[in-house]
Ligand binder design. Structure first.
Ligand SMILES: Nc1nc2c(ncn2[C@@H]2O[C@H](COP(=O)(O)OP(=O)(O)OP(=O)(O)O)[C@@H](O)[C@H]2O)c(=O)[nH]1
Ligand SMILES: [Mg+2]
Length: 262
């Protein structure tokens, strides 16, 4: 039985996840307590199973959004409730089985040692990953590097992360963006702008075929248009912050040099 944390929780946004969600929730619960699943207007019957599980497991909570609102909106819904209950840090992971639940304790351990930082999983793909996914993210990563002056975001799109809740809510509540698939890249960039340091951890990613229970709701055209317009919008914010970012990055270089010289 895992001991309940009153400060660190797992939040799983879930939209029509297919059968894999059962394994994901089971693995996450075996390693962490509490785990919250935010059902984002699912219509695939997964809600009933999740609610039934939660009835028999005090470590599992299921929040249900009546309508599909987007990944970011689902995460924010969980974060706001978690903040109200005194939680300080949240690990986000997908409900489709792609993220390595086994690394939840390691991610939280890194976060506990660096509570002001965000811990970013960095995907290590195997042969199961579609090439479009492996190479397609490079452009988003180039933009994210530029927009943060190479502050160290290892992967802008990957959703297996631990965030400090308070700055994340502040960033999201201040803008109407970040509610859909723009959530993962835009929050990482905006948190960098606020001075939240990224720490990267390499983590394996699995892609499942449809006959293995794999499900994706990523729409190549719709979501790539969303991501491209997001980066174009963020470039404006970047130019405004350029002097501040350059000043900060210069300071980091000097302090690193000082340390290495000591
Ligand atoms: N796409 C999508 N995902 C949602 C939504 N609401 C919650 N989610 C969850 O967000 C996570 C990521 O969704 P995926 O469709 O797997 O997107 P992805 O992992 O970026 O795309 P793939 O690399 O193709 O798997 C999953 O846990 C979804 O269940 C939504 O409205 N749209
Ligand atoms: Mg996925």
């Amino acid at each position: 039985m895992t001991e309940r944390s009153s400060t660190h929780l797992v939040i799983i946004p879930s939209y029509n996840p297919g059968p894999k969600v059962r394994e994901v929730v089971g693995e996450a619960r075996a390693l962490w307590n509490p785990v919250w699943v935010v059902v984002d207007g699912s219509t695939d019957g997964s809600t009933d199973w999740l609610q039934e599980q939660a009835r028999n497991d005090p470590g599992l909570r299921v929040l249900v959004l009546p309508r599909n609102s987007g990944k970011g909106a689902a995460v924010l819904h969980g974060l706001q409730q978690a903040a109200a209950e005194g939680f300080t840090h949240a690990l986000t992971m997908d409900s489709d089985g792609q993220h390595p639940a086994a690394l939840i304790p390691r991610m939280f351990e890194l976060s506990r040692r660096n509570p002001d930082a965000m811990i970013l999983g960095r995907p290590v793909f195997d042969a199961s990953a579609p090439r479009a996914r492996v190479y397609g993210r490079r452009l988003s990563n180039v933009f994210a590097d530029l927009e943060t002056l190479w502050s160290g975001i290892g992967d802008s799109l990957y959703g297996f992360r631990v965030y400090p809740i308070r700055p994340l809510c502040a960033v999201m509540e201040g803008h109407r963006w970040m509610r859909r698939m723009d959530f993962d890249p835009e929050v990482a960039i905006r948190l960098c702008w606020r001075g939240v340091r990224p720490i990267n951890l390499d983590t394996p990613v699995r892609y499942f075929r449809a006959d293995e229970g794999g499900v994706s709701h990523f729409h190549y055209v719709r979501d790539n248009v969303l991501l491209t317009s997001m980066h174009l919008r963020l470039l404006g914010g970047f130019l405004l912050r350029l002097p501040m970012l350059a000043y900060r990055r210069l300071g980091e270089r000097v302090s690193t040099d000082t340390k290495s010289a000591a």
